[in-house]
Design a binder for this molecule. Structure first.
Ligand code: GLN
Ligand code: ZN
Length: 544
């Protein structure tokens, strides 16, 4: 991680690496591109090298004060945002190019580029035939961004007049977008501070006693295997070949099966299994005003995985309850507590394309207010435990240390806005999919969830020491079962993990659960693994 590598060392390494590369006798011309923010103190190191061209991210950074040190090199100006999907304001972008040219003088040719590679955006907006047509005119995917770059390059070569029509159109589109009622309605919500805090944790613990949970309660993270049958039903329903009533019946049958299985296995806090969700973010985006989804907008997430991020474009509002009927039905099948299951505001934003016309903190609060209504409706429907997942909390953490406190502040505030409208007797859980916590332990503590489940199996509970040292004092469920592997962990293995955990978290705060949701696994693995997990918990309870 960058923060374990002192900045001076990075700058020194930049100097020596580019001195070597630039000094090679036989080489092609070299362009060094600094995407994802300003180059800062690496800029002088690059300027001093013999590389021919430097790329600057001028979307997430202004023209550097010392940009004239690049005189003599070609400067590639990243003025078209490579990470969002909005059409650019070409007037503004062309203005930046002009200002840059003026600072550099005639010895430094300026060229135009996107601020980052285009891997973050989908291919072509023209393919989104089903999208609300007005929204489509506001968007630029990769193909359109290349067009914007070409237009600006033509303006540089031939003068502003040559691209005056394109500039005027881009300005008009942005103005139409800004004036659209669905966008304007998304003004900053004014929220009293009291909306972000709950009763003291000790009082909540007392109020939650009647959930009847003993030591080491067992639960899961939410999803159960997404079988072929479930996927087929969802696809048929979407295609219109399965009626609403048949789809509903299929999902209910699945929920009943998952509840029955959990009863049989002896889990303590049950889930409905999330069969109705294609994706934990898209599902909510489809059910909230202000979001649009795409048909073909695939982007790579990591490795060979792809996702189709939703687009947050306007005021966020719930059309009505989203998850409540599924949870109510699931709860009606069991006397045990049924967890309501929601995706948190930070994760919804992190895995969507977001608005570029208001701070992320404002968008987060707007999403949080919608979720807050959903949490309240779940509580009214008799759901006593609600989990709000924030697996992306760490992913959005800014790379630069100086930007981190502000992020932690708004992300925590949004989560609390979503979750603190409930009675003390309602237990709020959250789930985070990783165990590298040191940088965000304050944030996790700040969420003030009653129970936090985290990934811990692969690191053999190593994460617990720092959590305990930090003084984290609420419920914690370190995963004892690595769901990323098809292997079924034995009772002994999970018992050993649990005993390690009990050694660190000594009191009644410990929960027993897998590392993450089970949607990518099959029942052949999940059934025996959960049976073993429940048995491991029983052994540790019986013989602590
Ligand atoms: N509740 C979600 C699930 O179980 C959480 C998934 C996640 O953390 N990525 O699938
Ligand atoms: Zn997870």
């Amino acid at each position: 991680m960058a923060d374990t590598w002192p900045r001076e060392d990075i700058v020194a390494a930049t100097s020596s690496a580019y001195a070597v590369l630039g000094g090679l006798a036989e080489r092609p011309a070299i362009l060094v591109v600094g995407s994802y923010g300003p180059l800062g103190d690496a800029l002088p190191a690059l300027a001093a090298s013999r590389v021919e061209a430097i790329g600057l991210d001028l979307v997430r950074g202004d023209i550097p004060d010392d940009v004239d040190i690049l005189t003599g090199k070609t400067v590639v100006a990243g003025v078209i945002d490579g990470r969002n999907i909005w059409r650019a304001d070409l007037q503004e972008a062309f203005g930046v190019l002009g200002a840059l040219g003026a600072r550099l003088g005639d010895d430094s040719p300026v060229s135009v580029a996107t601020s980052t590679s285009l891997m973050h955006v989908p291919h072509d907006v023209e393919r989104e035939g089903g999208m609300y047509p007005e929204l489509r005119t506001w968007l630029a995917f990769a193909d359109q961004k290349v067009g914007e770059v070409l237009t600006l390059a033509r303006g540089l070569a031939e003068g502003r007049d040559a691209i005056a029509p394109e500039i005027a159109e881009s300005v008009a589109v942005r103005a139409r977008r800004a004036a659209h009622p669905g966008v304007r309605a998304g003004e900053v919500p004014v929220v009293p501070d009291a909306f972000r805090s709950r009763e003291a944790y000790a009082d909540r613990v007392a109020a939650q006693e009647d959930l009847g949970l003993g030591a080491l309660p067992t639960t899961t993270i939410g999803s159960f295997p997404q079988t072929g049958e479930i996927r087929r039903a969802r696809a048929a329903h979407r295609a219109g070949t399965m009626s609403d009533a048949d789809y509903d019946a299929a999902m209910r049958a699945e929920i009943a099966r998952v509840v029955e299985l959990q009863e049989r296995l002896g889990l303590d806090v049950l889930v409905h299994g999330e069969a109705e969700r294609n994706d934990m973010v898209q599902y909510f985006a489809e059910n909230l005003e202000g979001f649009a989804t795409t048909e073909h907008g695939w982007v790579q997430s990591y490795g060979s995985r792809c996702t189709r991020p939703s687009i947050l474009w306007g005021a966020v509002r719930r059309r009505g309850p989203i998850t409540v009927e599924w949870s109510r039905y699931a709860q009606s099948l069991t006397g045990k507590p049924m967890k309501g299951m929601l995706t948190g505001p930070v994760t919804i934003l992190a895995w969507s394309f977001v608005r570029d016309d208001q701070p992320l903190a404002v968008s987060a609060d707007q999403v949080a207010l919608a979720l807050r209504e959903e949490v309240a409706d779940l509580e009214r429907a008799g759901i006593r435990v609600v989990q709000v997942d924030e697996p992306a909390l760490r992913e959005l953490l800014p790379l630069r240390a100086e930007d981190q406190p502000a992020y932690i502040s708004w992300s925590v505030r949004a989560f609390r806005l979503a979750t603190s409208g409930v009675r003390p007797s309602t237990q709020i859980h959250t789930h985070l999919c990783y165990s590298e916590f040191n940088e965000i332990i304050d944030a996790i503590d700040g969420l003030d969830a009653d129970v936090t489940s985290i990934e811990a199996a692969r690191s053999r509970m190593e994460v617990l020491e720092p959590v305990e040292d930090h003084g984290f004092a609420r419920g914690i469920g370190p995963g004892v079962y690595d769901i990323h592997s098809p292997r079924v962990p034995s009772v002994e293995e999970m018992e050993a993990q649990l005993r390690l955990a009990v050694g660190v978290i000594a009191d009644r705060r410990l929960w027993v659960n897998p590392d993450c949701g089970l949607k990518t696994r099959g029942y052949a693995e999940v059934e025996p693994a959960l049976a073993n997990m429940v048995e491991a918990a029983r052994r540790v309870r019986q013989n602590p």
